[in-house]
Design a protein around this ligand. Structure first.
Ligand code: PLP
Length: 402
């Protein structure tokens, strides 16, 4: 018999993407994967060289559970530059990806019965980790086209049990990038109610709208003593499988993570730590710039293609690398007896008929949504989006004729 808390967990976004790929393989068809939450590209040479050098040097031992000091110092320096707020190694813990940083934050901050405000659609790990910590997710629904919560809607969700707000900008899945005024107001609200902000900024390198990116600690420096800023190298250096993330927070949260990680995973993989340290020491940022250029072009070409959708508005896609479609208008126009009723039905149809894997909005708590990644290889992305447009545009006619 499994522990009861395991029944609280939903599948992860990664699992949803893998499931789609499995179904695809079973049909024996060529499938274009627009479900993956990662850019399909090899990591930079500097990272690979750093890993090889660490292996050749015989690097093998446990490190401090929150990472080697030079890496923590290099991350503090990088964050100081990016957020324009001063950080030192004392503020930094190196983790097994952003996921562990988020779990550390949840365990360090939350007591059983606490409430945590989460904006929905949301990456499913947020509520799952809150539940694992014995606390309760309280959802505030955000809507198309911008998927940004009003401060009134957040205030309305605050109770005497609220302990934290989880913020994710740039956002997975919606692509929203929060504006400075919203971040400042959220910071004021958090200070007023003595709440923590857990700010997941994993997609901070992927902003295309000229809006930012801006960390909440940049918009509102006064909030940093109540903020756990989470980030990772996973997406920005295309090393999702290497498991290297971090958080920046007040030293007491870092100390809590040191204890937690010492009893759970110990340190993040030592070779990955040295690989990233080498990259941070020698890179001139070319890889990150080229990745941004590739994604900016993919986004532009993809948006042009998606502008051909008839009953679905093209998404804003300000940040991250996802097109998030609001299918509610299209679904409402389908005849009452239609077998297609939700984003999940459409995701299945796209897989079976168009050979395109997507992630249904239900993964993120939104039955009307659909997520398509533009991190796929560009030569496969655009033809796949053309099929998505054709399939969605033909749906109304086909369903009424059926
Ligand atoms: N945070 C968000 C919003 C994500 O979308 C993901 C991965 O998809 C993660 C965190 C996990 O990052 P990592 O692979 O570094 O654990």
């Amino acid at each position: 018999m499994l522990a009861q808390r395991m029944t609280l967990l939903s599948g992860s976004g990664t699992a949803a993407a893998r499931d789609a790929a499995k179904v695809a393989a079973a049909t024996g068809r060529q499938i274009v994967d627009l479900a993956a939450g990662e850019v399909i590209i090899a990591p930079p040479r500097t990272v690979r060289e750093g890993a090889i050098a660490a292996i050749e040097a015989g690097t093998n031992r446990y490190t401090d559970s929150i990472g080697v000091s030079p890496l923590r110092e290099a991350i503090a320096e990088k964050l100081t530059k990016n957020t324009r707020v001063a950080w030192t190694a004392e503020n930094i813990a190196v983790t097994n990806g952003a996921k562990q940083a988020l779990l550390d934050a949840a365990f360090a901050i939350l007591d059983p019965g606490d409430e945590v405000i989460i904006f929905r659609p949301c990456w499913p790990t947020f509520p799952s980790q809150v539940l694992l910590a014995g606390a309760k997710p309280v959802f505030v629904d955000v809507k198309a086209p911008d998927y940004i919560p009003s401060i009134e809607s957040i205030r309305a969700a605050v109770t005497s049990r609220t302990k934290a707000i989880i913020l994710n900008s740039p956002n997975n899945p919606t692509g929203a990038v929060y504006d400075r005024a919203t971040l400042q107001a959220m910071g004021d609200l958090a200070i007023g109610y003595k709440l923590w902000i857990i700010s997941d900024e994993c997609y901070s390198n992927f902003v295309f709208s000229g809006k930012g990116p801006e960390s909440i600690v940049t918009s509102h420096p006064g909030i940093r003593t109540r903020t756990v800023l989470v980030n990772a190298f996973s997406k920005e250096l295309a090393v999702t499988g290497w498991r290297l993330g971090y958080f920046a927070a007040p030293p007491e949260i870092v100390s809590a993570a040191r204890k937690l990680q010492s009893h759970t995973t110990s340190n993040a993989n030592v070779i990955a730590q040295h690989a990233i340290l080498h990259h941070l020491s020698v890179s001139d940022g070319t890889f990150e710039r080229e990745m941004h250029e590739r994604l900016a072009k993919a986004r532009q070409d993809g948006l042009k293609m998606l502008s051909g959708l008839v009953d679905v508005a093209a998404p804003q896609a300000d940040g991250s690398f996802f097109f998030y479609l609001d299918l509610s208008g299209l679904l409402a126009k389908l005849p009452a007896g239609s077998s297609v009723r939700t984003g999940s039905d459409i995701s299945r149809l796209l897989l079976e008929e168009a050979g395109v894997a997507s992630v249904a909005g239900s993964t993120f708590g939104d039955p009307d949504g659909l997520r398509l990644s533009f991190g796929a290889p560009p030569e496969r992305l655009i033809p796949a989006l053309e099929k998505v447009v054709d399939t969605l545009n033909s749906l109304k006619n086909r369903q009424s004729a059926a």
